[in-house]
Design a binder for this molecule. Structure first.
Ligand code: JHZ
Length: 399
């Protein structure tokens, strides 16, 4: 049974940055969030058709978030050392930041956005520009690929609607000793930090280890290790192997980290509906606090802009009904977002270089997950009396 606990209002596609001429045709949907009492999975109620999201216009590129480039290089080095895989596949390879760390003869990518798949194909990594399905896994087999020793996916599995289908397709291509490693935002960290803005069309599910453990086991896979990561405001890296129902598959002992994470989640109350009702109350308070703060500052004649035109800020701006009357513009390092307007709230997105930060009194951190990196880059703004605003874990002004 699915029980609804949060309503984030009418929302656009989080990464559908748009031109002024397209404002009237913008697609919107109801962003509501539900708890599955059986599997304990958190999902959005109304899924958005993936073709609407992941297409030739999809602008998010990992290579434009430089701290993530370092993260994926280090991750690849660690996986190489730990598992020494001969064959590697990445699901959701984006513009190739992770793939590039592997030899291209034995590494393939899966990426539905054609413009990204072209980049990695051009680099010599065979990339299937398709959505991840059992049908695609069959096609890859029929194309003559041997099973993969490492299947990796970062910020991708929680983007897929049908998880049983997803995991069946992984199992179909995972070698008998193989590991499936995936990273996604952590539900526990979202609840702890009140970072409700991780919820948007691209994230039809928000994963706990508890729910994943239930779903993976049903699909003949098991979690044998979990790493808690700081990226994207708190993510989990989940290591999965075949469930060894017979000796054909390698037995990987389940490490302590799995039990520790399951216990942490249980103790926090992730299995109980009440914890989600309490979260919804905190989310509502966060909205009221942010609107109150921005309105007061504006009434006091202060100027406010934002750094990081993130998927997350689409949720915040639309839920809190924040537009250019409160936040004058957003800067972002991604060229494809520049010159466009933010989804739903229609705030102009510009190149950081075109803005003198000292013309503003406050900067709202749309990319609060890069708070330290941004604060460090913008020391001059602080020295000139500027202040930052963040809403995570609660609405705060700091300098
Ligand atoms: P960032 C993305 O969400 C999308 P977003 C995706 N759906 C997903 O699952 C999550 O990641 C986990 C810019 N920036 O990483 C670059 C600056 O302008 O928080 C990016 O556009 N200046 C795949 O969009 C944005 O901010 C800077 O100094 O919420 C950051 O986006 C830095 C460091 C970044 O992800």
């Amino acid at each position: 049974m699915k029980k609804e606990f949060l309503d984030l209002g009418r929302q656009p596609i989080a990464n559908a940055f748009l031109k002024e001429k397209d404002f009237d045709d913008e697609f919107l949907f109801d962003l509501k969030v539900v708890f599955d009492t059986e599997s304990k999975l958190i999902s959005i109620k109304e899924f958005v058709d993936p073709e609407r999201i992941f297409n030739e216009n999809y602008p998010y590129t990992t290579s434009n978030s430089f701290p993530m480039v370092k993260h994926f290089k280090e991750t690849a080095e660690m996986l190489m050392k730990k598992f020494n895989p001969l064959t590697v596949m990445e699901i959701g390879s984006n513009d190739g930041v992770f793939l590039k760390n592997w030899p291209n003869d034995y590494t393939i990518g899966i990426e539905p956005c054609g413009h990204f798949a072209k980049i990695t194909n051009d680099l010599g990594y065979q990339t299937y520009s398709e959505f991840w399905t059992t049908e695609l896994s069959e096609k890859i087999k029929n194309d003559g690929h041997v099973d993969f020793d490492l299947i990796y996916a970062a910020n991708c599995i929680c983007h897929i609607h049908d998880l049983d289908e997803t995991f069946k397709a992984v199992k179909n291509l995972l070698s008998k000793d193989g590991v499936f490693v995936f990273e996604d935002p952590s539900l526990l960290r979202i609840l702890e930090r009140n970072s409700y803005d991780q919820i948007y069309d691209e994230h039809p599910h928000i994963f706990s280890i508890t729910a994943l453990d239930n779903i993976l086991i049903n699909n003949g896979l098991k979690i044998f290790r979990v790493d808690n990561l700081s990226v994207h405001g708190g993510s989990n890296r989940i290591y999965v192997s075949h469930l060894p129902v017979h000796t054909f598959f390698r037995f990987r002992p389940v490490e302590m980290s799995v039990r520790e994470n399951l216990e942490k989640e249980y103790d926090f109350g992730l299995n109980e509906f009440k914890i989600y009702q309490d979260f919804a109350k905190r989310v509502n308070k966060s909205k009221n606090d942010l609107i109150e703060l921005l309105t007061k500052l504006k009434n006091d004649g202060k100027r406010i802009m934002s750094i990081g035109a993130t998927s997350k800020s689409t949720t915040v701006f639309n839920y809190c009904e924040i537009d250019e009357s409160l936040i004058e513009c957003i800067t972002d390092t991604t060229p494809d977002k520049q010159g466009m307007h933010s989804p739903g709230s229609h705030i102009s997105v510009v190149d950081r270089e075109s803005v003198n930060l000292n013309d503003y009194d406050y900067v709202f951190l749309g990319a609060w997950n890069f708070k330290e990196v941004i604060a460090n880059k913008e020391k001059d703004f602080i020295e000139n009396g500027g202040k930052f605003i963040t809403h995570v874990p609660e609405v705060t002004v700091f300098s």
